[in-house]
Design a protein around this ligand. Sequence first.
Ligand code: GLU
Length: 276
Amino acid sequence: MIVTRFAPSPTGYLHLGHAYAALFAYNQAKINGGKFLLRIEDIDQIRCKKMYVDEIYKDLEWLGIQWDEEPLIQSNRMLVYKKYIDLLKQKGLLYPCVCSRKDIEQELAKLGSAPHKGETFLYPGICKGKQIDLSHFDDYSLRINIEQSIKIVASNLYFTDLKKGKIKAIPTLFGDIILARKKMGVSYHLCSVVDDYLSGVTLVTRGSDLFESTHVHRLLQELMGFYVPKYFHHELIVDQNGKKFSKRDASFTIRQLRESGIASKDVIKYIKENFF
Ligand code: GLU
């Protein structure tokens, strides 16, 4: 049976892009007699707000989207994630890192590859292989040793994207990413992979902005012995000026549309006719 999910982060009101993503996943499940799940990705407790969670429920109800099980709330599941962090630790694949952003920037500058503002960079491995007495540090993160992880997996990894076909995963894309932090809990990558697995999701539908993440997720699945769902990375929908809808500029929130008195069926029709 096909199982899809919509996994918003409650850091703002949902906009048309989210409505499209939710309707898309819901449709995929319903036309195939499957299940549609809702997951609230609220592990970043600084940026996520309870009021946005309430609005997500209202928005989805307004759009006629019903989820088939109790929504999964990630902030309640820290013990579940910890179990998988421990599993990776036991395999010797995680190492503690006490670097600040400044430490990393200085190291990268030394190596002649300082990132420009807003640019992503690969962690240059400062703490890798070091014995660090963590009792001196208030906070630290756990990074995955990607090189070693790839070695233990041995063979090439693939995933299927329904639009792009069979894709060879390149788990090195982001380097030694952080999977957990002493203070801040667990990273999106780990939670997403664990939850999709434990909820029995068979088709992960999400925006093409997360396509690269899937390469890393594929490695995590392999390391933890999980089955591999299928993927569909959909285009991000854009406004009339070709600009991506974003929570930051409060563009076309579903809440605004709801409160404007417009009929939800017209919004659904607009999304289906223009973007499906
Ligand atoms: N929480 C992510 C977002 O709101 C989606 C993650 C996913 O679908 O894997 O963009």
